[in-house]
Design a protein around this ligand. Structure first.
Ligand code: 1BO
Length: 270
């Protein structure tokens, strides 16, 4: 598995996203993913599935320390004490003593960023998490967060797929030493009917989704596709045995625009 490094964190380039997976389906797919070789699982307090993520991990038989586990704290818990309390609740649900990475799930307009970052740094310093980071931060907020944080931020997790131009965020992450982690990396399945991606895919005997994930990995972006289907788990992981040419990379990058965002509302995007 290809690993992307930042701030001491070693993040497997393909992980399993669990947004909108619930209950038995979530536990089963986490277990199957780990049995297939996934070593990176992404959850969040807001997804309401941390308990099932922990169950799936234990059922897989894969040692906890072999898996990079990320969770996130929702902005309603961004006051420093609330953040620590929320993370401890997440750990109880996961039945883990720490996570590999905890993220601020979304910027808050209510709690000053410096106060939240103090709580986040404290979570790392007291061993509740090995690394810290942010999610859905625009470039301005990302720069502010990096300059305010007492501990290194290792990633910004954002929506990213061929239909959404994230060049500004990617450039800023690269220059600040953060990994970009892409959620909705196959645009909620829309890429499978895309003619350009299908044409490139057929040249490599791959699927459009695999081309899309490979395009992210070749930009040194980690991707966390979500699926509830076993065959898709396998497909999404099989992206390390081919490479896209520079021309193919350029063609796919040219498909993106600022209007391609799937997740509506809520933030002042770049
Ligand atoms: C609102 C959830 C975004 C992905 O974590």
């Amino acid at each position: 598995m290809h690993i992307i490094e930042a701030g001491g964190a070693r993040i497997p380039a393909i992980g399993l996203g669990t947004w909108e997976l619930r209950g038995r389906t979530c536990a089963r797919i986490v277990e199957q993913a780990l049995r297939l070789g996934y070593r990176h699982i992404d959850t969040a307090q807001m997804y309401d599935n941390e308990r099932e993520v922990g169950e799936g991990l234990r059922a897989s038989g894969v040692p906890r320390d072999d898996v990079f586990v990320t969770t996130k704290v929702w902005p309603t818990h961004f006051a420093p004490n609330d953040l620590i309390r929320s993370l401890k609740e997440s750990l109880v649900k996961l039945r883990m003593t720490d996570v590999d990475l905890v993220l601020l799930h979304w910027p808050s307009t209510r709690v000053p960023l410096n106060e939240t970052l103090e709580g986040l740094a404290h979570a790392k310093q007291t061993g509740l998490t090995r690394h810290i980071g942010i999610s859905n931060f625009n470039v301005t907020l990302m720069r502010e967060a990096v300059s305010l944080s007492a501990e290194p931020l290792v990633c910004n997790q954002v929506e990213y797929h061929p239909y959404l131009d994230q060049a500004k965020v990617l450039d800023a992450c690269n220059s600040l030493g953060l990994v970009t982690v892409a959620y909705s990396p196959i645009a909620k399945g829309r890429v499978k009917d895309d003619r350009t991606l299908a044409r490139i895919a057929s040249l490599h005997r791959k699927t459009a989704a695999q081309v899309c994930l490979r395009w992210l990995v070749q930009q040194n972006v980690a991707a966390i596709p979500r699926t509830s289907k076993l065959e898709r788990l396998q497909e999404n992981l099989a992206v390390f045995d081919f490479a896209l040419s520079d021309d193919e990379m350029t063609t796919i990058s040219a498909m993106g625009s600022s209007k391609g965002r799937l997740l509506a509302g809520g933030a002042d995007w770049d």
